[in-house]
Design a protein around this ligand. Structure first.
Ligand code: 5AD
Ligand code: SF4
Length: 475
């Protein structure tokens, strides 16, 4: 029989409150959402799977392309009855809008959706505890869309919920490039790099928590530069070499890069650091010099192709991914054909393509010669058809190949495990979940449009691994 522990009252934790976070957009938002959960954990907030009955709901928004605010307002409409239901039960649901739509349209959100309690931009997540306290007292919405001088990274808590076998690590934020079409410089602010020591410390922590692969994140990640422990200014190549020395870290990736910031050392690192995976997302947006100039990209098509050649010379098995925009203002049929030509010349393993959408406040949105919707649609379809073909061909080209697979979790079907190829392809294999957290030499037995089937050939490669699945079972 258990006896009540008289010291229990001293150790009492705050009552558990339920926190639901919905995330739209890029991996940086996924990382930010996790950090918001970390900041709120000491206040007693624990993650919930659904918004029903939650004590706090955070909508972490993305503003990069069309319909961002419509999506937000329809979600806010769905949440209103849940918030009212909570109030009828005598509770309170704090409703917060975060992310880039909050940054861009803070006042409008508060005016159009009076049931929103808190609006906060991406630079002020470290102030969440204080903002939540203020929102609990205030009648209207509390809005914080500052670009504060104190960096949020200096104030975020060290204790973070483990991310698992593959982890994200934001090393850089913001953008000074001002591409004609893009809202990021306005919503995320100026380029900022975290110091090398802070990045290395967080990476060590992630590895200690079971991460075998770390993806370094930044809106302009290869613009990263920071003071190294040796007092010199490091670039991303140097940082990657240092990270590669961390015991237990098997794989390093980084995203998203700008061609203008692919410096010599970073290109060399692709050839010299085996842990740096042979896959690079390097957006080009267009294959036409005229359009690249109109977009303010700061390079031409030939320069992009030269960078690709140098990367492939450094690392012959490097696969490339990119972003394309169809129908930027002023784009002619000849410009579009130039994009298709560039895609054929490079041969992408994966790529993302978008129909141009005018974003308020960006230079392109006010430009004359907007391309007709039907031309934008058709050009997008042509780009996507070609990219789909290239992706399928790339996946097929892996058939029969031996490669190292990092297993990341259970597969969709019983008896299966899921993982990732070096080229970021989702992979599945027959095998026990004890493989999770390990890298194994495998043979690709079948290629599908979006994934590979593999067979495990060898025992684990690399240092003895922690197995998060086993640890979960043991706990
Ligand atoms: N319209 C269409 N696509 C855009 N992107 C950014 N802004 C826009 C826009 N206004 C795309 C770019 C970028 C990716 C993240 O989103 O291709 O690289
Ligand atoms: Fe946007 Fe261009 Fe900056 Fe990328 S480099 S975030 S597309 S402004």
């Amino acid at each position: 029989m258990s006896v009540p522990d008289p010291r229990a009252a001293d150790r009492a934790t705050p009552p558990r409150k339920r926190l639901y976070i919905r995330t739209w957009g890029c991996q940086m938002n996924v990382y930010d959402s996790a950090r918001m959960a970390d900041v709120l954990a000491p206040l007693g907030y624990a993650p919930a799977e659904a918004p029903d009955g939650a004590d706090m709901v955070v909508l972490n928004t993305c503003h990069i392309r069309e319909k961002a605010s419509e999506k937000l307002f329809s979600e806010l409409g769905r949440l209103r009855p849940l918030k009212q239901a909570k109030e009828r039960e005598g509770g309170r649901m704090i409703l917060a809008v975060a992310g880039c739509v909050a940054q861009a349209e803070g006042a409008e959100i508060a005016a159009r959706a009076p049931h929103v309690d808190l609006v906060l931009g991406p630079q002020t997540y470290h102030r969440l505890p204080e903002l939540v306290a203020r929102a609990s007292r205030a009648a209207g919405a509390v809005i914080d869309t500052d670009f504060p001088a104190d960096q949020k990274f200096d104030h975020l808590p060290e204790a973070a919920a483990p991310q698992g076998v593959t982890a994200f690590l934001t090393i850089q934020e913001g953008c000074d490039k001002f591409c004609s079409f893009c809202v990021v410089p306005y919503t995320r602010g100026a380029e900022y790099s975290r110091p090398a020591a802070a990045v290395l410390e967080e990476a060590r922590r992630l590895v200690a928590q079971g991460a075998r692969e770390v993806t370094l994140l930044g809106q302009n990640v290869n613009a990263w530069h920071g003071e190294g422990p040796d007092g010199r200014v490091w670039g991303l190549g140097r940082l990657i070499r240092e990270l590669a020395g961390l015991d237990g870290l098997a794989r390093i990736r980084y995203t998203t890069s700008h061609p203008r910031d692919m410096d010599d050392d970073l290109i060399a690192a692709h050839g010299e650091v085996p842990a740096l995976m042979p896959f690079l997302h390097l957006p080009v947006q267009s294959g036409s010099d005229r359009m690249l100039a109109a977009m303010n990209r700061g390079h031409g098509a030939a320069e992009y192709l030269r960078i690709v050649d140098r990367l492939r010379a450094a690392r012959p098995d490097l696969a490339l991914s990119s972003d394309f925009i169809a129908g930027h203002p002023g784009e002619t049929e000849a410009d579009h054909v130039a994009t298709l030509d560039l895609i054929r010349q490079v041969g992408f393993a994966l790529a993302f393509s978008f129909k141009y959408s005018a974003r308020p406040g960006t230079p392109a949105s006010g430009a004359p010669f907007q391309v007709a919707e039907r031309d934008r649609d058709r050009r997008l379809q042509e780009i996507q058809a070609l990219l789909r073909e290239q992706q399928a061909a790339f996946n097929r080209s892996r058939t029969g190949m031996q490669c190292d697979i990092l297993f990341t979790g259970p597969g969709r079907h019983p008896g299966q495990v899921a993982g990732r190829s070096p080229w970021l392809q989702p992979v599945f294999a027959e095998g026990p979940t004890t493989l999770v957290g390990q890298v194994h030499r495998c043979t690709v037995t079948a290629a599908h449009p979006n994934s590979l089937a593999v067979q495990v050939d060898g025992s684990a490669i690399g240092p003895p691994d922690r197995n998060p699945e086993q640890e979960k079972a043991a706990a």
